[in-house]
Design a protein around this ligand. Sequence first.
Ligand code: ZN
Length: 215
Amino acid sequence: MIPAEEALTRLVDGNKRFVAGVQNFDATASSAKRAELLEGQEPMAIILGCSDSRVPLELVFDQGLGDLFVVRVAGNVVGPTQLESIEFSASAHGAKLVVVLGHSNCAAVAATVAELGKPEEECSKNMRAIIGRIRPALEKLYETKFKDQPEEMHKHAVRENVRACVDHLRNGSSILADLANNQGLMIIGAEYSLETGMVEFFEGVPASLRSIVEN
Ligand SMILES: [Zn+2]
């Protein structure tokens, strides 16, 4: 089993390779690797990310077959199926690291921001299952100066949504809470920049591990 600290280091290093354009396809997705995994999987991390086509998780972390247990949904929201998928993998495969990964220019977050302040009857009936999950975390942002600063509003909204998802995973599942308290499971949040390709880990990284994510 790979400890959370080691998994985080591998993700950070992999993202650096992605940004530098020095990924190694042979190491991550070769037929030899495929054969190696026939007997089972032991992914080192679970990633909850957005479905956005510009944020393919194995690519941005330069990881390959068997490395990541990936859950993707618009807005990286935590609904029942996402939560159960993460609980299943954390229990069955033993990964010690869960990362919620939001990203800049997220359309699901933008759609939610666009509905803030509107009366219920004016809100779109589509995407209820997505927007309805993002909205509670953004309500208080609408009460701040960012309300009239669209770019700043979006940036803060992306991060508030990630924070809310991390909080949901930590406090909305007795299975994950037990793994976090007794088995070294770590649940953290990060943001991927469409502009730079870099992932910034900004939520929930313990002080003792900050040096891994800060250079
Ligand atoms: Zn998105």
